[in-house]
Ligand binder design. Sequence first.
Ligand SMILES: O=C(O)C1=C[C@@H](OP(=O)(O)O)[C@@H](O)[C@H](O)C1
Ligand SMILES: C=C(OP(=O)(O)O)C(=O)O
Length: 448
Amino acid sequence: MSGHGTPIPMTSHPCGPLTGTAEVPGDKSISHRSLILGAMAVGETRISGLLEGEDVLDTAKAMRAFGAEVISHGNGEWTVHGVGVGGFAEPDQVIDCGNSGTGVRLIMGAMATSPISATFTGDASLNKRPMARVTDPLALFGAQAVGRSGGRLPMTIVGAADPVPVWYEVPVPSAQVKSAVLLAGLNAPGKTVVIEKEATRDHSERMLAGFGAEITVEDTDEGRVITLTGRPELKPQVIAVPRDPSSAAFPVCAALITPGSDVLVPGIGLNPTRAGLFTTLREMGADLTYENMREEGGEPVADLRARYSPDMKGIDVPPERAASMIDEYPVLSVIAANATGKTMMGGVKELRVKESDRIDAMARGLRANGVTVDEGDDWWSVDGLGIGGVPGGGTCESFLDHRIAMSFMVMGMGAQQAVSVDDGSPIATSFPIFEPLMKGLGAKVERT
Ligand SMILES: O=C(O)C1=C[C@@H](OP(=O)(O)O)[C@@H](O)[C@H](O)C1
Ligand SMILES: C=C(OP(=O)(O)O)C(=O)O
């Protein structure tokens, strides 16, 4: 639960080559879903490689509060004894999802078609984020939501006693909304249909099929049509969580801008609905290769090799790629600052409702370190200064946002002077070993 503790100011100094192997933690999206679907299956699900970051630990606690037995065996090995679809118990405490939008939205979906109530809260960041995008479709199933004005947490969801299946076209590109509807659909009799105009990460669909749900996905002219048949008996699974591409982004981008670097980032999930950053970096001229491509646990996986890339060029990032790299724009803007020419990022309105307004947060920090940024409601652009051209020397606010804090730490590694953040504590939500991992590669990151 970041934001509840003492701020951790951090500084990242320009450094020599980054070298070695960066074993980043398990995928956050897949980790949340493993715990939630494990809790909705009948019997024991075994998970390895679970991300033990605060966001996922909060979801584990929540699943216990709904009656599942969730046990950590150490080193990313977990077991979940599920209570079956429709078997959730009513929690006797408020569910605190900390900093996690994915956690709270997916869990609201999972409980919304059971005859129980639950009250949800989060930290100062999560309690500002919009929840109506989830509670609107949950109301169609028969669930009720009462929260603060503007559809904010804290919020109580009264689950539908007699849920009906739903047909829902998701109005914003959001895997969290799509997943909340699918999880609610599990306990509604009949077929729930979700349509998304732009494909977003499909881990829920893949995992629901793996757990034995009847689910079909069809690409049509109207978009992706997902049909789920309610009331399945979910069968427990053995899940190996691939390493997180969104975490891999940080050592990869650090290596690209730090002279002499050569870093291997093994076992990274390369699901096409997640890999947009790596495609973009290669288009900009990054020396980034995929080695040993394979499939693990139903997800494509490769070892990434990133080397110092002094000749990257700014590009127009295609807006239709946004969903596949939505969490990576902050660190992409750091690469853009180290490229020559302008990088234009459009179709990214969703960045304004993440843990922070990420366009605003990055623009402020980039400007404080000598980089020119322009922005509109759903776009922003960065004027590249060429490799090593970022003056640095500034302190940035992280706004309770892990990706903002880590992006500025990466920026310091390739800048002319050190870059600081006011609070690195949110890094623990998704990448608890960021500091030792980056130091192990040769980075000079310190708590100040
Ligand atoms: O479903 C998920 O696991 C996630 C979906 C995305 O959010 P949106 O659904 O709000 O785009 C992403 O930003 C988040 O980090 C994880
Ligand atoms: C947006 C993110 O997470 P969440 O929405 O789960 O808080 C993220 O991890 O970048």
